[in-house]
Design a protein around this ligand. Structure first.
Ligand code: GLN
Length: 305
């Protein structure tokens, strides 16, 4: 398996420079397109890795499935289902999805920014700081890594320049979906996106979703299986934004990308995969990362379809 991952990293090297690091968050523009790493946690209890899997990066939108899980754990399925839709928007992740002057829960899904900013208000906590710290604790628990923290530079960079997200949050406020201070809600969201992880962390988190809520090796249950079904289903339809259909055809597993260059892929009952390569396509998904997953899926028959 490790030889296979080495092959994949070598084969996909030619795709690395076809993408471009995100530059709308200035700190992310420093990403090195030459990086490509992969880590696999497999149901046989083993883990395998290749390339730059040790390099840290910010989780960005890959925090959205964790945010959704926290919402489910705090409020249950019925509440979450009635407050935020599950249909693909077919639009970019930062689209202002208001049609004919109407914004309702069904215009949002948990994987686009507007949905994630809204979800930041639904998780429990006395204030935005407590909400964030609970989300960080859940991230550490899923990854089995108590050292996970926030990349302050990326956080401040995004807080300074994140006016598109500010516009989305004010839109939610306009339509009565945010009660508190917009800037507080955004602070929780920006910090959440700036959580620093590596491929191993993502693979461990993905494995828990693949194993329907149970940790690798010990099989200890962290959350009910139906929450994993919910999150995985949303990942299939919305996880790669308006590239989700293409990804389903090429790779065929629930997955989530982030503009830091990470992808977390969930192969139910089989494995959790963490990938990192900062060169992004025009939809904000890692070019070499998707290629690597495509090859892994073909070689290991991972597609669920
Ligand atoms: N922090 C990023 C943003 O809000 C997350 C987007 C992403 O990873 N696609 O713009």
């Amino acid at each position: 398996m490790e030889a296979l991952l080495e092959d994949i990293v070598r084969d996909c090297a030619k795709y690395k420079a076809l993408g471009k690091p995100a530059d709308y968050i200035p700190e992310l523009a420093k990403g090195d397109v030459n990086d490509l790493g992969i880590f696999v946690v497999s149901s046989d209890g083993q883990s395998y890795k290749a390339g730059d899997w040790r390099k840290p990066f910010t989780i960005q939108s890959i925090v959205k499935p964790i945010l959704l899980l926290q919402c489910l754990m705090d409020n249950g399925i019925d509440f979450v289902r009635s407050h935020i839709g599950v249909e693909a928007t077919g639009k970019p992740f930062d689209a202002i999805n208001v049609t004919e002057g109407v914004l309702s829960a069904q215009h949002l899904n948990p994987m686009v920014n507007m949905g994630a900013i809204f979800m930041s208000t639904l998780i429990k906590g006395a204030d935005h700081e407590e909400k964030f710290s609970r989300l960080l604790s859940l991230t550490r628990l899923l990854a089995g890594n108590p050292d996970i923290g926030v990349d302050e530079k990326v956080y401040l960079s995004e807080k300074r320049t994140g006016n598109r997200n500010r516009a989305l949050a004010f839109m939610l406020k306009t339509y009565g979906m945010i009660e508190g201070e917009v800037e507080d809600v955004l602070d929780c969201y920006f910090k959440a996106c700036s959580i620093r992880v590596d491929c191993k962390d993502l693979a461990n988190i993905a494995y828990v979703f693949a194993n329907r809520g149970r940790k690798p090796i010990t099989d200890e249950r962290l959350f009910p299986a139906e929450y994993a079904h919910y999150v995985n289903a949303v990942l299939v339809t919305c996880g790669m934004y308006d590239g989700s259909g293409d990804f389903a055809v090429r790779v065929g597993v629930p997955a989530k990308s982030g503009v830091g260059g990470g992808i977390m892929a969930v192969a139910p009952t089989r494995m959790g995969v963490g990938i990192f390569s900062p060169g992004l396509d025009e939809k904000g998904n890692s070019v070499a990362g998707i290629k690597a997953l495509e090859e892994l899926s073909q070689r290991m028959y991972l597609s669920i379809f």
